[in-house]
Design a protein around this ligand. Structure first.
Ligand SMILES: Cc1cc2nc3c(=O)[nH]c(=O)nc-3n(C[C@H](O)[C@H](O)[C@H](O)COP(=O)(O)OP(=O)(O)OC[C@H]3O[C@@H](n4cnc5c(N)ncnc54)[C@H](O)[C@@H]3O)c2cc1C
Length: 103
């Protein structure tokens, strides 16, 4: 598979003659994409509600099982942090560095 990818990169001009591939790694992402199957619409709200009732706030591409980009995932994280911030106020204490400095 790697030889095929390198060959295709050369063919489409992303790798030039003389370019050398110094690192490669094949990783299988399973699942790589969120699939909207026929069970999603009915089950997703119930799952998120059950998790929420246990204090688990699931967000992001796989956390919310929604097909979004990196921007969407970051937006979801920011939105969640904004929603949770009031309930966390007071629970989080500022971290203090010791007088002698840390390592
Ligand atoms: C092949 C592919 C190509 C893509 N191309 C683009 C692109 O070109 N542009 C773009 O904007 N977006 C692209 N995306 C989408 C983008 O990668 C995602 O939208 C984004 O990474 C989702 O961020 P996330 O934090 O929700 O999930 P992730 O980035 O998947 O982060 C979830 C993290 O949680 C960790 N984790 C999972 N379970 C546990 C557990 N039980 N305990 C501890 N850690 C756990 C995982 O290891 C992972 O590090 C692509 C995605 C894929 C799969």
């Amino acid at each position: 598979m790697i030889a095929r990818v390198v060959e295709d990169l050369r063919r489409c001009g992303l790798l030039w003659k003389g370019d050398r591939v110094v690192y490669h790694r094949v990783q299988i992402l399973d699942p790589a994409y969120v699939i909207y199957d026929r069970f999603r619409a009915a089950n997703l709200p119930r799952i998120l509600e059950a998790l929420g009732a246990r204090g688990i706030h699931s967000a992001g591409r796989f956390g919310a099982w929604e097909y979004n980009s990196m921007e969407g995932a970051m937006r979801a994280g920011l939105d969640l942090a904004t929603r949770l911030a009031p309930s966390l106020a007071g629970a989080l204490r500022p971290h203090r560095l010791s007088a002698g400095g840390g390592r």
